[in-house]
Design a protein around this ligand. Sequence first.
Ligand SMILES: NC(=O)c1ccc[n+]([C@@H]2O[C@H](COP(=O)([O-])OP(=O)(O)OC[C@H]3O[C@@H](n4cnc5c(N)ncnc54)[C@H](OP(=O)(O)O)[C@@H]3O)[C@@H](O)[C@H]2O)c1
Length: 214
Amino acid sequence: MSKVKVGVLGSGDVGKSFARAFAAVGHEVMIGSRSPEKLAEFVAGAGAGVRSGTFEEAAKFGDLIALATLGEATSEALRVAGAENFEGKVVIDATNPLDFSTGAPKLFIGFEDSLGEQVQRQLSGARVVKAFNTAGNTLFYQPQFPGGPPDMFICGNDDDAKKIVGQVCQAFGWGVIDIGAIDSARYLEPMCMTWVLHGIRSGSWTHAYKMLHK
Ligand SMILES: NC(=O)c1ccc[n+]([C@@H]2O[C@H](COP(=O)([O-])OP(=O)(O)OC[C@H]3O[C@@H](n4cnc5c(N)ncnc54)[C@H](OP(=O)(O)O)[C@@H]3O)[C@@H](O)[C@H]2O)c1
């Protein structure tokens, strides 16, 4: 994949992991936040090729955009970023619709809709691909497992966009499994819960999915 400008929307651990990973494979990155000044230390340590901006600036900057915002705030973050700044672009949607209001996380969307579909509806001119929502962010880049590369499940409506996101996954060190159109996000978002619940029960956060074939 040739060098592109990547806009990362999200200043949490996931946004930072995306920024480091995209920079590590040679892309230019702008990581976005409502308060970009809080990213000064991160940007200083992330090396050349990473800068910070507002959500709107990061969306404008990116030819490719990675979305890493709090699930319940994703719609508001996209509104602030401006839907027009995503027009025609590939958007990796790594968000999960997690509700922490009662302590243990649970999903706040499901069965008949998904956050991935909501993002695609809100960014109707963009090519949204759900990806990186079923993996812990510390494993996004160069995941090392005795059983070989883990698999990233992806879905989206645009085949060319999925090809590009597949190349990103492979460049980061993942296998890729395309499970269909964006409505398949209804099944990828619950997979995040399986990953989280296993983490809570095992006390370990270094697991990842792999599809076995014979
Ligand atoms: N933790 C993981 O390893 C993991 C793995 C895969 C997917 N995910 C998903 O990735 C997403 C990001 O997770 P995270 O843990 O890095 O961060 P997070 O705490 O879930 O989200 C942080 C981002 O959400 C933005 N945000 C929060 N409230 C907002 C509001 N009211 N309006 C606009 N923006 C708001 C923050 O903006 P500011 O920058 O302005 O503070 C920040 O950029 C989540 O959807 C999560 O479920 C997590």
